[in-house]
Ligand binder design. Structure first.
Ligand SMILES: O=C(CO)[C@@H](O)[C@H](O)COP(=O)(O)O
Ligand SMILES: [Fe+2]
Length: 250
């Protein structure tokens, strides 16, 4: 009897340790507010947080790196004042000179600075500058960039963003053929935060979750829904279940 209890306790401890290790990352849903009524950005951010968002994904476009213009750090500063200190701002910097906006974005209240690998010749230096500005570091790749190009930086960043559309516009069709990039990254970097962005919603979330993404950006599917709270919950459940399954399979 004593032996049976000991075996049970040690198996439970192993399972706990295993799960704890593989749960180094968790399911997080970040609505992209680009899809909302841009005249009401502050209240839309508040509404998304009230609907259960884990973070807010803010798309900055400069009309040069991508063929569209959105907003810059003055808007981020206003949004920070509007929502308070708590919400995590993931800045998706679709800009040609990402070095230029590190300090202004940090001062405006950005939490994470996600820049594009294609936009800089010196990712190492940019990573250092972002850290010195006390923000987390995200590194994004466009659909045409291979994941092997991102890999050398993966141990220095907090999050890798695999774009699942060509950056520039919300409401585009999800590109399934980006999923092997996510699977490869998950296999090589088991505890890295991996984000997907573009065309992600209830119809495409399972592919992202199974491939190993844990940070999910969703614009039109969440913001355009009559019930954003349920969509956010559905997306999070799909990702959490996939994480749990992976931890049991290992
Ligand atoms: O960065 C981008 C587009 O460039 C995204 O963040 C989109 O804004 C997401 O919107 P949906 O594709 O989910 O509608
Ligand atoms: Fe984005």
């Amino acid at each position: 009897m004593y032996l049976t209890i000991c075996r049970f306790v040690s198996a439970a401890a192993r399972l706990y340790a295993h799960t704890k290790h593989s749960m180094a990352y968790s399911a997080k849903i970040g609505p992209s507010i680009l899809s909302s009524d841009l005249s009401c950005l502050g209240s839309e951010c508040v509404r998304m947080m009230e609907c259960g968002a884990d973070y807010l994904h803010l798309d900055v476009m400069d009309g040069h790196f991508v063929p569209n213009i959105t907003f810059g750090h003055p808007m981020v500063e206003c949004l920070r004042k509007c929502v308070g200190q708590d919400p995590f701002f993931d800045m998706h910097m679709m800009v040609s000179r990402p070095e230029q906006w590190v300090k202004p974005m940090a001062a405006a209240g950005a939490s994470q600075y996600t820049f594009h690998l294609e936009a800089t010749t010196n990712p190492g230096n940019l990573i250092k500058e972002i850290r010195e500005s006390r923000m987390k570091v995200g590194l994004a790749i466009k659909p045409g960039t291979t994941v092997e190009e991102l890999a050398p930086w993966a141990n220095q960043i907090d999050m890798a963003l695999v774009m699942t559309v060509e950056p520039g516009f919300g409401g585009q069709k999800f590109m399934d053929d980006m999923m092997p990039k996510v699977s490869w990254l998950r296999s090589q970097f088991p505890s890295l935060d991996i984000e997907v962005d573009g065309g992600v919603g209830p119809d495409t979330i399972h592919k992202c979750a199974e491939a190993g993404a844990n940070m999910i950006v969703s614009g039109s599917a969440v913001i355009g829904s009559d019930d954003p709270r349920s969509v956010i919950a559905l997306l999070r459940t799909a990702v959490a279940e996939a994480i749990q399954k992976r931890s049991l399979d290992r």
